[in-house]
Design a protein around this ligand. Structure first.
Ligand code: 13P
Ligand code: SF4
Length: 344
């Protein structure tokens, strides 16, 4: 890509609230209240959905804090605006609550790429290893794991297990797994999965972009390829990247993750700090300049949320026996989170 094309990857202009946001907020807010429901949204959803979660007493956060918030919530109904594994996690941790997805078709390439039966065979080939799975998996895969983990605490957990002399079987994201392995030196065997959004970021183009914006720092989610992570100043989960942007004091940030994150970054940074999308095009790369858009997160719209609240449906159910086994590995993750970050 030329310098001019790279310069045009400024913060996407669609990271704003819709003009009719207030109308929707009142309409949906009433329904949430009437049904004793709370909205739990991920940072990759549309700004309207993120803001609505905050304005109605819910939360917008990374996947780890979504899980912790859902478990602690007193609400009878949790509405999850994110992808299916987040809804399943909420249901497993709070079986007594009704858990609805904004759109139950919202899934994740990591979850789709880790079939529970194939995973069972993989595990059987490595019986001596501690099984650690990323939260972006089905309940049936979590039920086979010793631990669930998110990118917020992946390095800390693997370091902890490595110090106890444990060898790890990791699934499904090979890029996150490889990043953790390089950072901890742990003995890890990796499943071969990836995120269709993050694997499109291009290291060479990113390096060129750094030269175009020498005062900007690079922030990358660890689901990105190793060449992208090598160029990054900060590698972290969505909440860690937002915190880094708010605290590092650079003139600008080039961000390698799903573009929904720009809404929170812009809110925290104000209008003067420059934000750029990391490039996804390049020689032999994707056709668009930046494809950093998760097609499943995009299903979470205000209209879908309104329909869900008025006509029901898209309720998450997890078979009891699977839920019981998956709960053990999820509870371990949350207990570990409390040890690592007791104030969170
Ligand atoms: P976080 O745990 O960082 O929120 O990431 C979830 C996710 O799906 C990243 O693509
Ligand atoms: Fe899954 Fe990637 Fe979408 Fe995150 S961005 S939900 S990892 S497909």
């Amino acid at each position: 890509m030329s310098a001019a094309a790279l310069s045009s990857l400024a913060c996407p202009s669609d990271n704003l609230l819709s003009p009719d946001y207030t109308h929707w907020c009142e309409r949906i807010g009433e329904q949430l209240h009437a049904q004793g429901a709370v909205l739990i949204a991920h940072y990759y959803t549309h700004p309207d959905v993120q803001q609505l979660a905050v304005d109605t007493g819910g939360i917008v956060s990374d996947s780890l804090e979504m899980a912790a918030f859902g478990r602690a919530s007193q609400a009878d109904t949790l509405i999850v605006a994110g992808v299916r594994f987040m809804g399943e996690t909420a249901k497993i941790l709070s079986p007594e609550k009704r858990v609805l997805m904004c759109d139950i078709e919202a899934t994740c390439s990591l979850d789709l790429g880790c079939d529970p039966d194939e995973f069972a065979k993989f595990r059987a080939r490595h019986p001596d290893r501690t099984v650690v799975v990323y939260a972006n998996t089905s309940a049936a895969v979590k039920a086979q794991a010793d631990w669930v983990v998110t990118s917020s605490i992946a390095c800390e957990l693997i370091e902890h297990l490595d110090a106890r002399g444990e060898k790890i079987l990791w699934a499904p994201d090979r890029y996150l797994g490889d990043y953790v392995r390089r950072n901890t030196g742990a003995d890890m065997v990796l499943w071969d999965g990836s995120c269709i959004v993050h694997e499109e970021f291009k290291a060479e183009e990113l390096a060129k972009m750094r030269n175009v914006f020498p005062n900007a720092e690079v922030l990358a989610h660890p689901e990105s390829p190793p060449g992208v992570l090598a160029v990054a100043d900060v590698v972290g989960s969505t909440s860690q990247l937002i915190r880094a942007a708010a605290t590092r004091g650079a003139d600008g940030y080039i961000v390698a993750t799903e573009r929904g994150i720009f809404y929170q970054m812009r809110r925290q940074l104000g209008p003067d700090i420059k934000l750029y999308e990391a490039p996804t095009a390049g020689d032999g790369g994707a056709a668009c300049r930046s494809c950093a858009r998760c097609p499943w997160m995009a299903l979470n719209t205000l209209e879908a949320l309104d329909r869900r609240l008025r006509s029901g449906g898209d309720e998450i159910e997890v078979p009891a026996e699977i839920a019981e086994r998956a709960r053990r590995s999820l509870e371990r993750m949350l207990d570990f989170r409390n040890q690592v970050n007791p104030v969170a």
